[in-house]
Design a protein around this ligand. Structure first.
Ligand code: AR6
Length: 179
């Protein structure tokens, strides 16, 4: 049983000093806008080089190199974080394409990858709630529920932070976490 209480911070995830920050990437793993762009800018070109290499090794994976719901770990390079866990959220279509299962899988696989790599602290952005259009209230509820459930399988984790960049997400998480 892991008694870690998720923390809430508002701001830029790239400034965090944790073992891993999670990136809301796309399935190419080659960067993009939003939090993905911010992480690549802060980490420097070495991060893109490692992502290119990882994408090459994973080019045969259907829907890949990193399909929605999956996660890949790389170094953090110029970030304060030692690692970046790149996960790919679902695009919200709202017509039952399994979006909740895929989003839950992002949080779950990222946590299990952190545990596998013996990491002690991890920070998550609000995956899929930017350009991918997932409704923020549903995404927040699912993120909190999934993380609480998965923490039972990650005894090594000592710190978990939800980082909210926008007001709406911050308010939603504050309420859900009872803060
Ligand atoms: N720190 C923390 N959160 C941030 C930051 C930041 N520096 N910048 C934005 N956010 P998005 P998605 C929040 O669009 O919806 C990329 O192009 C933002 O307020 O970054 O999963 C990828 O390459 C929002 O709540 O990711 C993909 O193509 C959250 O991050 C696509 O966007 C997620 O917004 C992924 O879309």
């Amino acid at each position: 049983m892991n008694m870690v209480k998720p923390e809430l911070l508002r701001g830029d995830i790239t400034s965090l000093e944790v073992d891993a920050i999670v990136n809301a990437a796309n399935s190419s793993l080659l960067g993009g806008g939003g939090v993905d762009g911010a992480i690549h800018r802060a980490a420097g070109p070495e991060l893109l080089a490692e992502c290119v290499k990882a994408a090459g090794e994973r080019r045969h994976i259907p829907g890949g190199p990193c399909p929605a719901g999956d996660a890949v770990i790389t170094g953090g390079y110029r970030l304060k974080a030692k690692y970046v866990i790149h996960t790919v959220g679902p695009v919200w279509y709202g017509v039952g394409r399994g979006e909740p299962e895929l989003l839950a899988s992002c949080y779950r696989k990222s946590l299990l990858l952190a545990e596998k790599n013996k990491l002690r602290s991890i920070a998550f952005p609000n995956i899929s709630t930017g350009v991918y259009g997932y409704p923020k209230d549903r995404a927040a509820a699912l993120a909190v529920e999934t993380v609480k459930k998965t923490l039972e399988e990650t005894p090594g984790l000592e710190r978990l932070v939800f980082v909210c960049f926008d007001d709406e997400n911050f308010r939603l998480y504050r309420e859900l976490l009872g803060l």
